[in-house]
Design a protein around this ligand. Sequence first.
Ligand SMILES: [Zn+2]
Length: 259
Amino acid sequence: MRALALHEDVLLLESGIWHTAAVAIRSGDEAFLIDSPILPEELETLPSLFEQAGFPIVGLVATHADWDHLLGGQAFPDAPLAVAQTTAARLTAEPGAAARELRQFDEQWYVKRARPLSMPAAEALPVPGLLEIGEQELELHPTEGHTADGMAIFARWCGVLVLGDYISPVEIPMISPGGSISAYKATLGRLRELVAQATSIVPGHGGLLDPIRADALVNEDLAYLNALEADGASATLPLARNTPEQRRIHAENVERSQS
Ligand SMILES: [Zn+2]
């Protein structure tokens, strides 16, 4: 796991799996952990890492309800979880889904975990909206299209924008169950405006972006989604992301966008 300070109040952690991002944001004596690393060893180091860095984690936030973003409770079992209303609705509608998918991942990769995933009842935040932290506020912006739920989180005072699963340099736009091409394109349009106001942009997978790179990725992603809509299976993938795994995701996108 790599750790990087984006600002005196912001730490970015990058998991060894899927370049999954987790971000700790602090104001005064309160810090939130947004999303999570994935491997047990990574999660186990978080409490001491944040204690040494002076980030007292008082709450967990998740950008959306996909299991790989929900593991913060394994490191901070007593911290409450806050999510967008859309995400709270999805967690309620699919009880046990995240725990089941984590178990499948662990079985596939022979990962041993001290405890299974238990999801506390999440606080549902109105989005768009604001979430108070210390003396500051986090801006919450809706993101839909990858899934039916989600939010991006903008810490405007430090210029850090946390996207969830959008604008990834390693993953093409993924239309999961509940997502749609049209909602995805609308989200990219909104995120583009936020990207232009940010200095550090953190996608759910793939590491830190600057605004110029993020804007270029928005163009690539829109071009891909337009081609997916028009040409289906024969759509061209973004050149740097044209890998066997991304072609597998593309095939799933084709199936989902036709149903
Ligand atoms: Zn996701």
